[in-house]
Design a protein around this ligand. Sequence first.
Ligand code: F7E
Length: 345
Amino acid sequence: MKTALIIGISGQDGSYLAEYLLEAGYAVHGLVRRASMFNRSRIDHLRLATAEHQDRLFLHYGDLVDVTSLRRTLKKIAPHEVYHLAGQSHVGLSFEIPEVTCQENGMATLGLIEILRDLDSPVRLYNASSSEIFGAPPASPQNEETSMNPVNPYGCAKAFGTQLCRVYRQSYGLFVCNGIAYNHESPRRGENFVTRKISLGAARIKLGQQTVLELGNLDARRDWGYAPEYVNAMWLMLQAETPRDYVLATGGTCSIRDFAIAAFDELRLGLRFEGRGVDEIGRRTDTGEVVVRVAARYFRPAESLELVGDASLVRQTLGWTPKITGSGLARLMAKADFELLAADL
Ligand code: F7E
């Protein structure tokens, strides 16, 4: 039986990956942070006594930045595969807490690959890199050869971790792959990311639980995919003969405005935008009520305005092709949130 360690198992990607690996017959270990409140809602269903594979799921207290406990856990488990998905993942917040962001997304990655270098048995590592390493890219779409040019502390930390993984692969022959993943979302996304904020906001407005949704830059465009499809790519990367970096993207983009229009439309809420910049508003087409407002506080000091990935390499080499994109994703998320909230009523 193969054994995997997921660092960041309680996050969106970690929870989908745990499901995927359990289904594939793995013993799955997850590193969880100690906190005064449990933060395991995304994996609770896998831990129930009645859950199909609960006897192959093991949680360990630890922290990515606590190198000693990480080393101890890795030695004890001796996994075949490690998926490094943990860290401060909010780009906007990285301007507020740059040092924590760099410790968790940069230095901790170095700490991890140093431990892996010393392990007796060979281990394969997936490192969650990000399209934010490109920041303001010299070319569009971006691929594995595009130079890094991050524009925020998060992107800088990810660029540091990504490059170190490359260096350790070249210098020590470690089996390390960077997944340069573009935005990937789902109904399990945290509410401080724009897609979930929109899908939940639309559902609450539909149910009369909220009147206005405040957003930041509506002109930003993102290459949005569906998280469960992305964890499949993570696994495929570690099954390949040779370790490589891959861009994981859909190849299409959608603006925040269009994502909102699709999410609201799914719930039969027509949305019409008027005005520009911070004065832009979104009205319901049936009642004329203002339901979307732009708030300056959600703008970032610097913004990657449009990032779009060229995922030809992963498609040709590993046969991975994402199916759900932009507006389809907005509809899927709005529907899921509406059903979730309606069930609670
Ligand atoms: O912002 C704009 C915002 O916070 C997307 C992470 O997974 O993907 C994610 O980072 C865009 C930005 O994601 C609001 O300015 C407008 O242009 O959902 P987000 P992100 O920053 O793209 C990358 C690939 C990662 O690696 C990250 O870990 O939406 N935007 N209005 C807003 N963003 C937020 N959060 N809230 C707003 O109200």
